[in-house]
Design a binder for this molecule. Structure first.
Ligand SMILES: [Zn+2]
Length: 87
């Protein structure tokens, strides 16, 4: 039997592989991306800092994974207007 509100459980990363705790996709999965974009809608720098913290932790947790792969996983989905804002 599902616990109350279990279906509303957030899509959070699990360490050390950074897979989603709910759907098993690489984190951030699509629902997590949507939640992050909504949460940081008015704070794009905050989104990058938030992802940067997970990126750093992933580098430590996965020392054999090429950093470029982790960069793609954590930041590859971020819209260009956030990654490269107009000056
Ligand atoms: Zn998920």
């Amino acid at each position: 039997m599902l616990r109350p509100f279990a279906r509303f459980r957030a899509h959070m990363p699990t360490r050390p592989r950074y897979l989603c705790s709910r759907c098993g996709a690489r984190w951030p999965c699509a629902p997590a991306r949507l939640r992050l974009l909504t949460r940081y809608r008015d704070d794009p720098a905050g989104l990058l800092l938030h992802l940067g913290a997970y990126f750093y932790a992933a580098l430590v947790d996965q020392p054999r994974t090429p950093p470029a792969d982790l960069t793609r996983q954590m930041f590859g989905w971020v819209p260009d207007e956030i990654m490269h804002p107009d000056p």
